[in-house]
Every structure is written in C-alpha cells, then in structure tokens.
Design a protein around this ligand. Sequence first.
Ligand SMILES: [Zn+2]
Length: 855
Amino acid sequence: MEDGMQKQKVLVFVLSLLLAVSSALSQVPKPEDVLGFRVGTDRKLADMFEIIDYFHQLDNTSDRVLVREVGKTTEGHPFIVAIITSEDNHKDLEKYRRYQQLLADPRTISEDDAQKMIAEGKAVVMINCSIHASEIGAAQMSTQLAYDLATASDPDTQRILDNVILLLVPMHNPDGIQMVVDWYRRNLGTKYEGGQMPWLYHKYVGHDNNRDWYMFTQVESRLTLKIHNAWHPQVIVDMHQMGSTGPRLFVPPYVDPYEPNVDPILQQEVAMMGTFIATELTAQGKAGVAHSIGYDAWTPARAYHHYHGGIRILTEAASVKIATPIMVKPEELRPEMTESSVKMPLPWMGGQWRLKDIVDYDYSAAMATLTNAAGLRENWLRNFYRIHKKAVDPHKTPYAFLIPKEQRDLSTALKMIEVLKLGGVELHRAAEPFTADSHLYPAGTLIVYLAQPYGCFAKALLEIQKYPEIRETPGGPLKTPYDVVAHTLPLLMGIDVITAEKPFDAQAKLVEKFEKPEGSITKMSNNIGYAWGHATNDDFIALNRLMTKGHTVFWNAEPFVVAEKAYPVGTMMVLQKEELNHDLESIAKDLYVQFEALGLKPGVKAYRLKPIRLGLYKSWTASSDEGWTRWVLEQYEFPYTSIYDQDIREGRLEAKCDVCIIPNLSVPAIVKGLSEKDVPPDYAGGIGEVGVKNIKEFVRDGGVLITLNSAAHFAIKHLHLGVQDTVAQKSRKDFYVPGSILKVLNRSDHPIGYGFQRDSAIFFRRSPVFAANEGVSVARYPALPFLSGWINGEELLVDKSVIVDVPYEKGRVILLGFPVLYRGQSHGSFRYLFNAIYYGGAVPVELGLEYSGNK
Ligand SMILES: [Zn+2]
C-alpha cells in the first residue's frame, strides 16, 4: 500500500510538473511569436522597440526573468537589463547581490563569512550585446538566449539557472540599434542594402563608445556602471563583430601586453574562459574559432572589469552586411585562415556566411560562458574574493597618491575625482598636516591609498604608463598596439598629483561626497566692470554665458596692474552694465569662477570678443572626432552649427559662420567623401573641388579655419600653407607614437596660449609634426617631450611646432596638430580650441580708448 501511495504521489507530481511545464511553454512567447520571424533570418532585424517589447513580455510571463530599466539613453530611450536566474534564486536576489558586495571588499567580512558566501553564493555573469550597433548579431541573439533560459527544463539549463545570475544587456547601445535597423530597412532591396550608414551610431561618440570605460563621459557608460557596481560580476562578455575575411569568431586569450595593474588571477581566468568557449564551439563543429590573435588588454578604456574583479571576454564574430548574407571565397580569406594552427585548430574554409551563423556562434559562446560559470561557480567566487584580498593588502608600492588641495583648475580636478569615485575608489582627506616621503603636506590634502578594493584602478589612471617594447622582429618596428597606450589622467587633465612611495601616518577621513565650491565676486561700488581668469575650463563657460547675454567682453593682451594687483596677460574682462551683477551672481553660484571688480580701466592692448558664429564640419564619412567635438562644445556651452558637404559646395560660408572647425579627417574623406557605389547620392562626393575653392574664399575674405589633428593636411595641401608635416613620410620603424602623452612649450602671450603655463601636456595620436615657415608657432615640442605611453623617434619632435597660427589674407588658418579634445578626456588641452574659437573672431583694440566714453 505504501508502495501504491508512493506511485500515486509520483504520478500526481509528474502530472503537475507536466502541467507546469506546458503552461509555462504556452505562456512565455517565443521570439518569433512577437517579432514575426525566426531570430537570424536573412534580411530580418528586430529593432530597439521590438526587442524592448519582447523583453517586457518575458518579464510578464516568466518567473526566471526580471527586466529593469536602468535609465534613459542619450536620445531618451529605455536602457534595459534582464536579470535571469532560477525562480528560487530570484526570491533571494538581494542576498546574492549583497554577497557580491561583501566578497568584493574583504575588509568588511571574516574569513568564515567569506567561506560561507563562496559556498552559497552565485556566479554573476554579465553579457553586453552590440555596443557597436552595426555589429548587430548579438542583440538579435539575446532574445533567443533569454527565451531558452526562461523556458528550458533540461538538466544543463537548470544547472546554469541554479548556479548563475545572468545580467543580460540585450542592447548596449539602444539608440544605435534603432539607427542601424532604420537605415538597413530603408535601403533593403536597393543596391545600398547592407551598406554603411553615413553617420555615427552613437549621437556623440560612434565607435568610441567602448573606449569610455574609465572616463565615463557618456550616459550609456554610466548606466552600465550602475549595473556593474551593484552586482560586481565575475564574468563580463562583450559581444562584437569584426571583418569578414578572418576567423569566424575571436575569443580570448588576448595577446601581450596586459596593462600591469590587472591581477594575474584575472589574466589566467580570461585565458581559461576563452579557451573553454573555443573548445565548446569547436566540439559543436563550429569552425574558424580563433584565440590569441590581434586584441591586447592594455588600455583600461575597454576593460573597466579588469580593475574590478571581473574578466572581460571579448567576442568578435565575422560580419555579414548587417543582415544580408555574404559569400566568402576561400581565396578571399586571409592567407593564414585556412591553415590549422594552435590558435585555430579547426579552420573555416569559406562559403556562405549569414546572420544566422553569427547568432549561432554568439549563442553558443554565451551558453559556454554560462556553463563554465555554473560548473566552476565556487572557483569563480573564491578567486574573486582572493583578488580583492590581494587588493586590500597594505604592503603596496607606491603607498598612496596625494592630490593637493590647491589646483590650478579645481573644477577639472573635481571631475577627475568624480571619475575615481565612479570607479569605486575611496579618497581620504587629511585632517592634520602630515609627512610623506620627507615632505610636509597640509591638512586638506586628498589621499588615495593603494590598499583598497579598486586601488589598481586608481593606480592605472594616476601613474605614468611605460608601454613595453614588443617588436615584430628584433630591431624591427614596434608591434602595433590594439589601441592607444597612455591614460595618465593627471597629465591629460592638467591636475597635480604626487606619488607617495613609502608608508606614512596621517589623520585622514574617508570623503563621502565632494561639493564643488561656489565661485566668488569681489565687489566695489564704482566699478567699470569685472576681471576673471583664463586658466580654467569653467572660465570659458562663464565667458559663453556672458556672451550669450550680450555683455561686452575683452581679453587683455598685456599684463596690467589695478589697485596694486597684477593681472596676467589674457585676463578676461566684462564691462559694467545693468544686468551684469545679476548675471555674475548666477554664474558664481554654479561655477568656480572668481570675478573681481575693477575700479580703473587698464590702459592696455586688448581683444574685443565677438559673439561666435561657429561652424563644425560634419562629413558623411562619419567621424568620432566630430562627435566628440560636438559633445565637448555642448558641455562647455559653445553654440555651434553643423556644416555639411552641401553647405560648403553651395558657398557663401560666411553667411553661416565666422569660424569653421574641421575635425580629424583625412584629405580624401573631406574632398572626395564616400562613393556613390557605397551610399545614396545625397551622401556621396565630399566637399569636392568647388568646396575647396569656397573654403579658400571664406578664409581669404576674413573667415577663420581651425583644423584638428591630421585635418591639418587638408589646409596645408589645399590652402598652400608654408607649413610642412615633417613625419608624414616616416615609417613606423623611424617614428611611432601610438597614443601617448607629450610635453609642449607654450607661447602664453599669444591668444591661443592665454591661460597656459610655460609648459603643458597634450595627447598625440596619428598627429602631424609641423615645420612652420610662415605664421606663428604657438606651441612647440621641447628637447625631451615624452611623458607617458611609448615613443619611437622622439628626436624628430624637438623644436617642431604643435600649434600654428597662419594669417591668410583677411582671415587665418589655425592648425591644432593633435587631438585637442581627445575622447573627451584631455581637459588640460581643451582651452587651446576654446581660445582659438574666440581669437578667430576677436578685434584688436586699445582698451583705454575703447570704452573711455562707455562708463
Ligand atoms: Zn566592435
């Protein structure tokens, strides 16, 4: 009888299980039920709205899927994450999240606590899809992955759900997904099907949106941090796509070098996870999976995780034409691709390659990652704990970084501090004076101790980089780094930071919140106006606000003394009028700017500033530098208009702007633009010869042309300047500066150099090096310009020009020969461009005469 009852119980259990499974299956919609096609179908793409809608339906129907809106994107769309794990884990989600927080900071728990959390906790995996929106396969795949995890009941899936919490970001750049799908649909069935989109797939930064993982300038970067810093995932997968003629899928290990602050445990874990994925895919017969090629792990700009206890697994699938299949003939594959090797034992021999293949490879890579994380759950948690245990060990060199209270540009220093804080770095403030490395530091000095969970993140950003010398052959050229090689924030931002090598004692308190101090106004009853600085970026926001309000502003072209106070050359000055005091007060509330009333008019030469009419050239050869320029101009409140090829071809540029900026673009990109073979005629052809002629006329008649970085070649060639790029013909063996920071010497008596000290730091990447036979050299390289990163051929820079101001009939051309706004990071050099913009339209005057009747 007992036996019978058992059977009955089992029967009831099985029946209820079947019911539960069938009801689950009937309720949770398949992607094709909602999208109207199977994921990966040729020429079919789900757009942003459809993907969001599908995930909301999963959220409504599955207890395994929780969808959250983390915030809004740059263009105001929802940025979502799906948290996927077993029904039971969902009930204790907050507990597991807390475990992650605690294991990430071993100072807060005992060894016994840690062991309990390692035994009970879950491995946390984050999968980010298609941050580069045209690499769209992963975003499509995410719907199928989420559906299968929500519905499958096989033991392998169950093991994943029980042991892993998956944070799935189906679109890491939702705005871009919508743009790319719109463009694809618009051209479907035409000869432009699957072709390139003539604008950036992120409003401001395009492809650079995954170069922002330490500066966090963009909205989407900060939203990702919110997820990351709440959950501290052990494994992060970033799914990308690459060209079509290489491997079908790249997975780590990366190639040398690793940035030296990445824990060796993490480096081994990257290799282990990468080769596990490669093994699984190869075992499934998926050919062409390669590791240990091309991609390095040097810059933290792509790998926040490597400084926060998690591994970054980059996957790069071979692309199709968005969703249109391609045929790759064996002879079109790169030569080594058809040979079996230790990096790719099962080569892919060519043939059809379609969206479905990308979806399948990405899907398998995601499942392999989850399988590994589930199977080795405890190892992942234990090593995560060990990494942080090492991080908080006090025996570290250097012992700390010190940030002095006195900074030339305090607002910018606070921006650097904000970056550190966003990255989880703790900062302490000295309550008493203290001595470190035999120097006395005053109370108020900020201290960044190395021994803290994310001390390695702080160290990577605050120290000097020494990129290792890895050569292609002995004595041959340097192996090309995958990306730039310098990221020393104090140099990029112009902030004083001191390294304290040896341990010291200081009375210091953890700083929770940094308040930006208000500006100040020194008043007097009978003033002619106010003077303020020129040395900070906030000084320019103040300037822009005053100009917008119609105030009269000058830059003094000579130093002067009023009421026994000396003012340096470049001092800005606004004339008194009725609304001024009110305007200054509202500025001083918001910005750290010091306005000082002037009782007397200084009798010096000056420039009267004109309200700027600024044009920014926007090529259909979409340029991230153009986007970054827009972004920085908006941050600092410069009004501007985008100037298109058509505008320049039409001529009469002076009706549109007084000052025109050409961002970093090659000469052919500007003049020839895209071909009608590749884009519809509206976007083809560049500015053309007629545009070149129109730009010449614009400058000749008094317009100002500012070129950024290598766009100087356009002005040198087509406006026939007496300036040469002396490294244009050099080979990589003779001259190579792959994204490094260099020292320059400024002429601070020239308006473009106003507010700069004698020397400052700039970023150099694919930049010209000028020999100026005409015009004024505003900044040049000193004898030993190298500061951080790597340099080959340093001697070729010595005494060459960085910035040249070339008068051109009634107008002028200003060559800023480096990335002056480099990825929104080089705050220390922004003011060269800000100066150039106003200087372009400024009118030289004798100040005393100018407003003697004005007061
Ligand atoms: Zn990519």
